[in-house]
Design a protein around this ligand. Structure first.
Ligand code: ZN
Length: 223
């Protein structure tokens, strides 16, 4: 009996340990320092480290249908020159996300879960970012395998961080502007987001429980 239990436990651990693939992006002291500068400029906070207490899981799509192409956007530690929409006149930390889910449902972890990633205006300091590869040219093409992987990851993260309360789509981020979690100090710093699709978000929401949605009611994915 004990032997069977041990076999079951080890196979469970094997599956569990392998279900999240480690695919770290460069995260040297330079990226840490640029992240601290972002926290100072955008949130007016002086921090000793870039650790966060996650309250939100925030779901994205990459708008690129290929994993390596999507991943390559996060490799540079400083923001590249081709992001004039969010660039400032000095060197700034590049965008990133904690996880990137490939089209076959493979979950890749890109950086430490409790480090701040730059993936959403206003809410980086309280959120874990989950990118899904797809949505190129606005296509509503995220897969069922990605739906399942997101559900698994959301439940996994909730077990790891009891502090998590919300599961939110990127297109809903501005619903938090009046929420205590919102930290952006520049009222003009906003971008229009429509990722991921309403269909994809709803499919996830139908299969999770115990989470709050964004604190708004009228936002759709085409606003
Ligand atoms: Zn996004």
């Amino acid at each position: 009996m004990l032997k069977i239990l041990l076999i079951l436990l080890s196979s469970y651990l094997f599956i569990f340990a392998n279900i999240i693939v480690q695919k770290p992006i460069p995260f040297s002291e330079k990226r840490v320092e640029l992240t601290k500068e972002y926290i100072k400029i955008h949130y007016n906070l002086d921090v000793k480290d870039i650790k966060i207490v996650p309250k939100i899981i925030l779901i994205h799509h990459t708008a690129i249908d290929d994993f390596e192409d999507s991943y390559s956007r996060f490799v540079s530690e400083a923001l590249p020159n081709d992001r004039p929409d969010i660039a400032s006149n000095k060197e700034s930390v590049n965008v990133s996300a904690h996880f990137m889910i490939d089209r076959d449902g493979t979950i890749n972890q890109l950086m430490p879960i409790d480090f701040m990633a730059r993936h959403v205006i206003g809410l980086n300091y309280s959120s874990i970012g989950v990118e899904n590869v797809g949505g190129e040219k606005g296509a509503d093409n995220l897969t069922d395998a990605q739906v399942k992987a997101n559900i698994f990851l959301i439940n996994y993260l909730k077990k790891k961080f009891n502090s998590i309360e919300y599961v939110v789509a990127h297109y809903e981020y501005r619903c938090f502007e009046d929420n205590e979690l919102w930290l952006e100090v520049n009222d003009k710093y906003r971008t229009k987001k429509n990722d991921p699709s309403l269909r994809f978000t709803n499919k996830i929401r139908e299969n999770i429980s115990g989470f709050k949605g964004a604190p708004c009611t009228k936002v759709t994915d085409d606003n």
